[in-house]
Design a protein around this ligand. Structure first.
Ligand code: ADP
Ligand code: MG
Length: 562
């Protein structure tokens, strides 16, 4: 060993590690799933790099993962001959957390172990889950294309830091060695490891091998014979009837880097002019970087089973950026580069078909499983709403899927659809009314609502900043214009009776003088002062002209420096 140094973990890593190790993990065995998942990713990356540079295969072209164990030494080792890591990669990948949402995630932690363990599960701690069972972890790695003398040796007890050194390593790829304490001895067992692999990693498309079980009378010194443990074929290529729910769920955890199960999935084998397979998932929980510019994960693109790239821009529009999964094309060229995805007609046709599948699924969910749909809306409604502006071609379908709070039940949980609203419209009511505000309570207490309450007219409550965008792009639904309660003239006249109309005219006359004086006093600050019939309890309120931006939009623009 040379150039040995001791380094500290990034503070976030330390925090996560101690939380993870001390939170009682009901499901310790997932450490193996995570290590196998990383090994499989590393192999995918090598296969892709080798398309351009075959020399990277060296003399070792059969890509595989091996899991071995030694009950005496109490170790479990996961080895891959994938892309490998150099010294900088190791420091970067195993000493820091690159997730852009990490800080916000850590701020959410409460100190309540059970709740935090749940959150950590969602965050997905990948490699570090090794420390749930191991008291010490060693990593040996050599990056593809690098000389054997530049191998890396990393070791840590998962406390404050790690040691890193340069070592000779003839084999390309990575070995992770777990040193188990006596209490975790159970994992040094062939049967147990096989069953964990079959349970969580059967969907992994590269071969996972373990030493064959030997009968006692063979020579102990003999090198182990390796046997295949998983099915080693791409799960998404199999017919749907041959895939279990568990397989689908485990593949999701691998491709999405998520510890929890997906909400639903769509699996399609597409034949014809363009052949491809898509397996798309809608997660249960938003990822931590949902609002970041550059999300870490997206859709994995394969060409004839070769992993090409993880795409976060071309295969899904922004408003569906939470969708995860795999697209495997038969027709794209293997040498397609990331840049070429942008203007590729095959990619855009896969994209529009995928969007359609997601919208179809959401429609069915909304109709048949309203509770599941409510879960979806809770997790992704805010992002999904962006679709009204982003995807004009699907605007009607997207609008049908929107959910709002309203004055009908005044629940903060948005569960009113535009169709629900229309079904409850009063006779003579022509518009869909909404109120925007900074919060649900502010909206609910808006003086603008008084007249609507009086007439029993329902109003949608829009408390979210993105709602201003939404209504700016959705001027009508099902032939009915959307109208802000705070803008311009009300046309509730058709709902008022004759007596009421006369009374209004009298009032307007009576207060003409007052309005004039107020107008003079306020001068430039207002465009007009007039008698309102909107209010029942409040003496006055501000309204926005019919063609002006809403108040919330004005606040957005002001905040943006306009
Ligand atoms: P994730 O897989 O979600 O990126 P992990 O914590 O599981 O997060 O892994 C962190 C990073 O360490 C990976 O993104 C990868 O760059 C690197 N890594 C882990 N295991 C391996 C491996 N076997 N071969 C190469 N790189 C690896
Ligand atoms: Mg991982």
């Amino acid at each position: 060993e040379t150039d040995s140094e001791t380094l500290e973990f990034q503070a976030e890593v330390q925090q996560l590690l101690s939380l993870m190790i001390h939170s009682v993990y009901s499901n310790r065995e997932v450490f193996l799933r995570e290590l196998v998942s990383n090994a499989s990713d590393a192999i995918d990356k090598l296969r892709f790099e080798a398309l351009q540079n075959e020399a990277l295969f060296e003399n070792d072209p059969e890509l595989k993962i091996r899991v071995s164990y030694d009950p005496e030494a109490r170790t479990v080792t996961v080895t891959d001959n994938g892309i490998g890591m150099d010294r900088d990669d190791v420091v970067e990948n195993l000493g820091t957390i690159a997730h852009s949402g990490t800080r916000r995630f850590l701020e959410q932690l409460t100190g309540d172990q059970q709740q935090d363990a749940q959150l950590i599960g969602q965050f997905g701690v990948g490699f570090y889950s090794a420390f749930v069972v191991a008291e010490r972890v060693e990593v040996f790695s050599r990056k593809a294309g690098v000389e054997p003398r530049y191998g890396v040796h990393w070791r840590s007890d998962g406390q404050a830091g790690y040691e890193i050194a340069t070592v000779e390593r003839p084999e390309r790829g990575t070995s992770v060695v777990l040193h188990l304490p006596e209490s975790q001895q159970e994992f040094c067992d062939g049967q147990r490891l096989r069953s964990i692999i079959r349970k969580y990693s059967d969907h992994i498309s590269v071969p996972i091998e373990m030493p064959a079980e030997r009968s006692g009378d063979e020579d102990e010194e003999q090198a182990p014979e390796w046997e295949l443990v998983n099915r080693a074929s791409a799960l998404w290529m199999r017919p749907k009837s041959e895939i279990s729910e568990e397989d689908y769920k485990e593949l999701y955890k691998h491709v999405a880097h998520d510890f929890s199960e997906p909400l639903t999935w769509m699996h399609n084998h597409v034949e014809g002019r363009q052949a491809y397979v898509s397996l798309l998932y809608i997660p249960k929980h938003p990822p931590f970087d949902l609002y970041e510019q550059k999300p870490a994960h997206g859709i994995k693109l394969y060409v004839r089973r070769v992993f090409i790239t993880e795409d976060t821009e071309h295969l899904m529009p922004r408003y569906l950026r939470f969708v995860r999964g795999v697209v495997d094309s038969d027709d794209l060229p293997l040498n397609i580069s990331r840049e070429m995805l942008q203007h590729n007609p095959m990619i855009s046709s896969i994209r529009s078909a995928s969007v359609k599948r997601v919208l179809d699924r959401l429609e069915r969910m909304a109709n048949n499983e309203p509770e599941t749909y409510a879960e979806f809306w809770q997790a992704f409604g805010r992002v999904f709403k962006e679709g009204v502006a982003e995807d004009p071609g699907n605007r009607e379908r997207i609008a049908k899927l929107l959910r709002f709070s309203s004055t009908h039940e005044e629940k903060e949980t948005p569960d009113v659809s535009l169709d629900d609203y229309i079904a409850r419209m009063k006779e003579g009511q022509e518009k869909i009314y909404y109120v925007t505000a900074e919060s649900f309570n502010a909206a609910r207490n808006s003086p603008h609502l008084e007249v609507f309450r009086r007439h029993g007219v329902e109003v949608l409550i829009l408390p979210d900043p993105v709602d201003e965008w939404l209504v700016a792009h959705l001027s009508e639904y099902d032939g009915k214009p959307l109208a802000s309660v705070a803008k311009g003239e009300l046309d509730l006249d058709s709902l008022a009776d004759e007596g009421e109309k006369e009374q209004r005219q009298e009032q307007e006359k009576a207060y003409e003088g007052l309005c004039g004086r107020l107008q003079e006093a306020l001068g430039e600050q207002v465009s007009e002062v007039r008698v309102s019939h909107r209010l029942t309890d409040s003496p006055a309120c501000l309204v926005v002209g019919e063609h002006d931006f809403g108040m919330g939009m004005q606040r957005l623009l002001q905040a943006a420096g306009h």
